[in-house]
Write a protein that binds this ligand. Structure first.
Ligand SMILES: [Fe+2]
Ligand SMILES: [Fe+2]
Length: 471
């Protein structure tokens, strides 16, 4: 069951060859996908061999194979975790009933919307990152970028399989539209705001993989609990791949901090920017920007959609089965601070309506671990600077805090005060220009740009000097 069949045009472990109609439909979508990759994937590296991992099994150990491959030849496929016999809906109104192997008619629209929204983020991030290869600080980083890109492409495949297999003609139309929307395009944008933000520098890329891919992790955790079993099985395997993306982000930012600390200790009286490093307060501003933007992805604090998805058994809480003993979320409440006449009032919201906020809280807690990791780097360097997360209310564009102004601690402030102080909190055009000015490619094996430290180890036991990308 878990073995992946690589003799097929579309590698898969779902016995695709036994369903000829579905196989034909997906084989028809495949060239459109490859065309999209060619147009919107990483520019100009199509002929280079990259040291990439490819899934060869869905078992937790030994699931990946590493080898040099050209990106257009990457074997994107459909991999689901094996079905668990006797699995039941783990939460909501259908708690304890057998999970669904087909889409329940009454939830078809909601389920399609959830899958399409998740699916749309996958190609969006590839589009956002398509120019970064030209300014990679090392071959190691270039390889990691491409690894993330091909796996986001793989995640699109995972979602498109669900659309084709379970949603008939509607699903096929959605799959086509997933290749038509474009990140940042005014007329035909990607669905969620963050996925239309340009990622023009590697600092943005590391922040994105740290904070935005982590949103992905929590959305996938919530879907991994779904009573629609094929969705749960798909998302469980995606989580295995996703972990590497956040590793790239957390250690990437960590290496930028490490380099700045080294420069600060070498030239204690100078501005680290004079020596080509990125000042720590500037890095903090990028943290503030990307955390706020990614925090928006959980949607409104009080949400009847979230309540409906949970009631229906479609989208649970992260670690629903492991973490909670009560799975209906009825008769409980959650405290939300609501803005009212210029101040904040604590009010109890029925738990089901606050589930976006519950997932957001888990996410913010997970972010803190990354911040602690960065602060240990400062501590080891004997520097007093410490990173912190902005308050969840800071600079929000979605939800009940939209249109209001808060400082980094979450205290309400006037619009004038926000405008006066925002240059201390968010990257200014000058900050961005400085970071952009550092983005010069370093393509020699074993060499690295001056604004970032080398990693402590390479990929898959290879040394940092390895030819991760053959140019
Ligand atoms: Fe993904
Ligand atoms: Fe990802």
């Amino acid at each position: 069951m878990t073995a992946i069949d690589y003799t097929q045009k579309i590698p898969n472990n779902v016995d695709l060859s036994s369903d000829k109609r579905l196989q034909r439909a997906l084989e028809h979508w495949q060239p459109a996908y490859q065309q999209w990759w060619h147009e919107m994937g990483p520019t100009d590296f199509e002929t280079n061999e990259i040291y990439l991992r490819t899934a060869v099994s869905v078992d937790s150990d030994g699931w990946a194979h590493f080898g040099h491959v050209k990106m257009p030849d990457y074997r994107w496929g459909i991999f689901l975790e094996p079905q668990q016999q006797g699995r039941v809906v783990p939460f909501g109104d259908h708690l304890g009933q057998p999970v669904w192997q087909e889409v329940p008619g009454e939830f078809r629209t909601e389920l399609r919307r959830l899958i399409v929204t998740q699916a749309d983020t996958e190609p969006a991030s590839v589009e956002q990152q398509r120019l970064l290869g030209h300014t990679a600080p090392s071959l190691y980083d270039l390889r990691n970028l491409f690894q993330v890109n091909v796996e986001e492409g793989r995640h699109l495949w995972a979602m498109v399989y669900l659309l084709h297999r379970y949603f008939g003609k509607d699903g096929r139309t959605e799959a086509e539209e997933l290749l038509e929307r474009r990140s940042g395009n005014a007329d035909h944008p990607r669905i969620l705001g963050t996925f239309n933000e340009p990622i023009t520098t590697w600092l943005d890329f590391f922040m994105f993989t740290m904070f935005t891919d982590r949103d992905g992790k929590f959305q996938l955790l919530a879907f991994a609990e779904s009573g629609f079993d094929p969705l749960a099985r798909t998302c469980r395997f995606m989580l295995t791949e996703e972990a590497h993306h956040m590793f790239v982000g957390q250690t990437g930012v960590g290496r930028v901090i490490q380099r700045t600390c080294e420069v600060m200790n070498e030239f204690p009286d100078a501005d680290p920017a004079e020596h080509g490093a990125i000042p720590l307060p500037l890095i903090q501003k990028y943290v503030n920007f990307w955390v706020a933007s990614s925090t928006d992805l959980y949607g409104s604090e009080i949400s009847s959609n979230a309540a409906n998805y949970f009631a229906a058994g479609l989208k649970g809480r992260a670690y629903e089965e492991k973490k909670y003993s009560e799975h209906t979320a009825l008769g409980e409440s959650f405290m939300v601070e609501r803005p009212e006449n210029g101040s904040l009032t604590r009010s109890e919201v029925p738990l089901r309506n606050a589930l976006n906020e519950v997932l957001r809280s888990d996410y913010l807690e997970d972010n803190q671990k990354g911040v602690d990791y960065w602060n240990r780097i400062c501590e080891k360097a004997n520097l007093s600077f410490r990173f912190s997360l902005p308050h969840r209310r800071f600079n929000r564009k979605i939800g009940i805090y939209t249109g209001l102004y808060f400082d980094l601690e979450g205290a309400p402030i006037s619009r004038e005060e926000f405008e006066r102080r925002q240059h201390q909190w968010l990257p200014t055009p000058e900050d961005r220009a400085y970071v952009t000015s550092l983005m010069k490619p370093v393509f020699e094996p074993g060499k690295i740009a001056g604004w970032i430290a080398a990693p402590s180890k390479g990929v898959n036991g290879q040394p940092f000097e390895f030819d991760y990308v053959r140019l």
